[in-house]
Design a protein around this ligand. Structure first.
Ligand SMILES: Cc1cc2nc3c(=O)[nH]c(=O)nc-3n(C[C@H](O)[C@H](O)[C@H](O)COP(=O)(O)OP(=O)(O)OC[C@H]3O[C@@H](n4cnc5c(N)ncnc54)[C@H](O)[C@@H]3O)c2cc1C
Length: 391
């Protein structure tokens, strides 16, 4: 038997990275091997995950708000952050979601649009994993079309009164602080809401068949009284929460590759040891075709992610380019996961192997942070100059 080459080594992607990037990748890969892989199938089956414990461990390694600077954040490059997302999602999409929501949504919103006092109050604690954040944009009746949101904030003297319901909010039931988007008489504004404030409650969403190693909730804001300085002072208009989503989607471009890589590694290991008709199933041409096609898509997705990461580090990444990456890499990761599942036969549907878990998770990843259809429309608008969104 000839030597085996790992899918991403086929085109030698390591040669495209600096030593520092490879070291960061190795550190996160080890963390996932030690602290995630042995436990994640059980968390997934029970639908329970030790978010606080993990957040502190991720914080200690500098993974929370990793690409932000100052306020105890690591100030890493976009590529290094992407590699961390890839390794985390090779463990489970739920854990990458924890890091994305904390760093790219909640912390980024405060870091980019918050007052100095808001930054000082929240960012160091969030970077350490001592405070958990969530990001409330989606509502029960408004997902892809957040411009129609019903959540309202009105003035009462100097205070704000916030009322509405946010749905499908990652970490809402365990969060210490929620960044909530609401309509005011000036348009859409962001509010920093400590979850202990009277009138704030969160219900855990049960019965999920995807992203089970992640806590998801409904966030209810019932006449929540907030001080004048709860508003994010420089956040005006829908483009602001959308800019936060661009940050998080960039992490998904890399993260989805991690899930796909783990599926492919598992399928190759399985196929080389599973014997049918007196030979390893990896020796059948149909199996090799699946593995080869999957490896190709993984490699192409990697080159795309790296290109976008280098553009981000050069300060030149546009949101539409992130849509290209999210649309392609999540869609292809899902195809790879499904192909790999077939290679494992009946074992492919078991939680003893990670493949079905990744495939189920990727169904969420396909939908959140802009559905695949919405990203097609973004790309379509770029190509034609015509918006297919507007009613
Ligand atoms: C596990 C999980 C965690 C999440 N975490 C968060 C979070 O932390 N914070 C947050 O704010 N949100 C979160 N979300 C919500 C997520 O962002 C939304 O589910 C997503 O934006 C889609 O909205 P929707 O589910 O309401 O679907 P809808 O908007 O109702 O869409 C349903 C279908 O219609 C299609 N569609 C809609 N409009 C168009 C159009 N113009 N043209 C063509 N097709 C269209 C969609 O593509 C989709 O296929 C999470 C979701 C999940 C599942």
């Amino acid at each position: 038997m000839a030597d085996r080459v790992a899918p991403l080594d086929l085109i030698d992607v390591d040669s495209l990275h600096s030593e520092e990037e490879l070291q960061i990748r190795a550190v996160v890969r080890r963390l996932v091997a030690d602290r995630v892989r042995p436990y994640v199938a059980d968390w997934y089956e029970r639908g329970e995950v030790p978010v606080r414990e993990l957040a502190k461990e991720f914080g200690a390694l500098g993974l929370l708000g990793m690409h932000l600077s100052g306020y105890s954040c690591a100030g890493a490059s976009a590529v290094a952050y992407g590699l961390a997302c890839m390794e985390l999602e090779a463990g489970d999409s739920g854990l990458r979601s924890l890091v994305s929501v904390q760093g790219s949504l909640a912390m980024f919103a405060i870091w980019r649009y918050g007052s100095e006092a808001q930054k000082e109050q929240w960012l160091p604690a969030m970077a350490a994993g001592d405070a958990i954040g969530c990001f409330g944009l989606t509502e029960p009746d408004h997902g892809s079309d957040p411009a129609s949101m019903k959540t309202r904030a009105r003035r009462d003297g100097d205070d704000w009164i916030l009322t509405g319901t946010k749905m499908w909010i990652t970490n809402a039931p365990v969060a210490d602080v929620a960044v909530v988007w609401a309509r005011t008489e000036d348009g859409i504004n962001g509010f920093v809401v400590p979850t202990e404030t009277p009138g704030v409650s969160a219900r855990t969403i049960k019965h999920k068949l995807s992203l089970r190693a992640s806590v998801t909730g409904e966030l209810v804001l019932d006449e929540v009284r907030l001080p004048a300085d709860a508003v994010l002072p420089t956040a005006r208009g829908l483009k602001v929460p959308l800019s936060c989503l661009t940050e998080a989607r960039y992490g998904i471009v890399w993260g989805a590759l991690g899930a796909a890589r783990d599926c492919l590694d598992t399928a190759i290991d399985y196929a080389t040891t599973r014997v049918q008709f007196d030979r390893p199933i990896a020796g059948f041409q149909l199996t090799q075709a699946k593995l080869a096609d999957s490896a190709l898509e993984l490699e192409k997705g990697y080159l795309l992610a790296l290109h976008l990461g280098r553009r981000a580090d050069a300060g030149a990444l546009r949101p539409q380019q992130v849509s290209v990456g999210k649309l392609n890499n999540v869609r292809e990761a899902l195809t790879i996961a499904r192909q790999c599942r077939t290679i494992l036969g009946a074992n492919g549907i078991s939680a003893e192997y990670p493949v079905m878990r990744h495939a189920a998770n990727l169904e969420t990843v396909l939908t959140y942070e802009g559905t695949s259809e919405i990203h097609q429309l973004v790309v379509g608008q770029q190509l034609t100059g015509l918006s297919a969104f507007a009613s």
